[in-house]
Design a protein around this ligand. Structure first.
Ligand code: GCO
Length: 435
């Protein structure tokens, strides 16, 4: 038996929960995670960098009617302060930093690539490595260049070629010092949101905003995530993921590459339920494609109770988060088990978190979500990491700066970072490598 084999077997046993039980300080049974478990925090380019002026979102943030509570503006100024952000990740005892590269900085005009932007992101990869952090790179986290939105974005199959060129440039430009990548962040989000009555009802409004954005850039159309037509965009993004995977792997065959899915703990409502239709529409096409990837990223924020034709609102009296979701950290057990079973792939939790002003609720959320994750691992689910959303309080899309998902707060004027107790709490799990 080779050393490599026995080591792998040990890791698998550790991952499956077959070894390493111990009693924690509280008396509860705790479990060691595999030695290479990823403990991290996540950000996304547009949500933290600031000044992402060539993106589709920037255009939409500045037209009437306004679909954003405020423009992203300087965000957290992380385009300049990324070193400080990574220092915090390191200080907390986490070992992974997930961040996104912005296509609209790398290719601000069609066919014009910015070497300076590629160098910037490569320096970020190296910055992680210098601190002993593993970078996990998102190639496309919702935002696209404004010119790409004007060409019909993900609603046009022919547009995939633009994405492939960007992925190739980026894969070359970032160098070899990262081991994990995601092509897309939550390409199923539009389909998932279409089950929410509020989002469905707002589609005519979004269409008006998109028309205004088209006019602003002198185009006849403007296609943006997640307000695009998902029946058109889903087949394009499915194909784009597969082709981008081939293109990136041709340059980096050693890369662990996948995508992340928005996954709610889907539960049938008490009366009639359309849960089967919902799953077939929102998840099944992605599960099929993901089953060929190296791993699958699971992003869970809570549960969805599916009624006859849409998700039901949280029952009266339950605790809700700043984004109106039921506070339900337990969702993570069902989602990672389900996705692992359906895809046969190892899971990395690439996002999980809660929007709350009271940080003690984030501490409770982390404890309960990690307990749920430990139960999934104990039942044999192959989970390779837990990456919290988010490192920073940041630009939460349409809600702008009104929802706090961060382990760290950011002063909007001075950009001063203040680490919250929940961040140290998560770091404690990471340092011990136990749940
Ligand atoms: C998403 C995104 C993040 C969000 C987060 C909180 O999952 O929608 O990846 O960009 O900010 O989920 O809503």
């Amino acid at each position: 038996m080779s050393a490599a084999f026995s080591r792998r077997t040990m890791l698998q046993l550790a991952g499956s929960g077959a070894i390493s039980f111990a009693a924690g300080a509280s008396g509860a049974t705790t479990r060691s995670m595999r030695a290479d478990f990823l403990w991290g925090a996540a950000t996304a380019g547009h949500q933290v960098e600031g000044g992402n002026v060539n993106s589709d979102s920037w255009v939409l943030e500045h037209v009437e009617p306004k679909s954003f509570a405020a423009p992203s503006g300087d965000a957290c100024d992380s385009y300049h302060r990324w070193r400080e952000d990574m220092d915090i990740v390191k200080q907390l005892g986490l070992n992974t930093y997930r961040f996104g590269v912005e296509w609209s900085r790398i290719e601000p005009a069609q066919g014009e690539y910015s070497q300076a932007a590629l160098d910037h992101y490569r320096a970020m990869v190296e910055g992680c490595v210098d601190r002993g952090l593993k970078p996990l790179i998102t190639f496309s986290h919702f935002t696209v260049p404004r010119w790409f939105a004007g060409l019909g974005g993900w609603e046009e199959m022919a547009n995939i070629d633009h994405f492939l060129r960007y992925c190739e440039r980026t894969a070359r430009g970032l160098g070899r010092n990262y081991r994990h990548g995601l092509t897309f962040n939550e390409p199923n989000l539009g389909a998932l949101l279409s089950w929410q009555p509020d989002f469905r009802g707002a589609m005519p409004f979004f269409a008006t905003a998109n028309a205004a954005a088209a006019a602003a850039i002198g185009s006849s159309r403007f296609s943006s995530t997640p307000t695009f037509d998902t029946r058109r965009a889903t087949p394009v993004q499915l194909a784009a993921h597969q082709r981008a995977t081939e293109a990136i792997k041709a340059i980096r065959p050693d890369l662990q590459l996948g995508l992340s899915l928005a996954v709610a703990d889907e539960q049938a409502g008490p009366d009639k339920t359309a849960i089967r239709e919902k799953i077939a529409q929102v998840y099944t096409p992605w599960f099929d494609v993901v089953s060929k990837d190296d791993f699958v990223g699971v992003q869970t924020y809570g549960r969805a109770v599916v009624g006859e034709a849409a998700d039901l609102p949280p029952p009266p009296g339950v605790e809700v988060t700043q984004t109106g979701m039921e506070f339900y950290p337990e969702a993570l057990e069902a989602t990672v088990k389900w996705v692992a079973r359906e895809t046969g792939r190892p899971v990395i939790v690439t996002e999980n978190g809660v929007a709350c002003a009271d940080d003690s609720r984030r501490v409770a959320y982390i404890d309960r979500a990690l307990a749920a994750l430990a139960r999934a691992i104990a039942s044999g689910t192959d989970v390779r990491g837990y990456i919290h959303w988010s490192l920073l309080d940041n630009f939460e899309w349409n809600r702008a700066y009104t929802a706090q998902f961060g382990l760290v707060s950011v002063d909007p004027k001075t950009f001063r970072r203040t680490i919250k107790p929940s961040a140290f709490h998560l770091g404690g799990y990471a340092r011990a490598n136990r749940i």
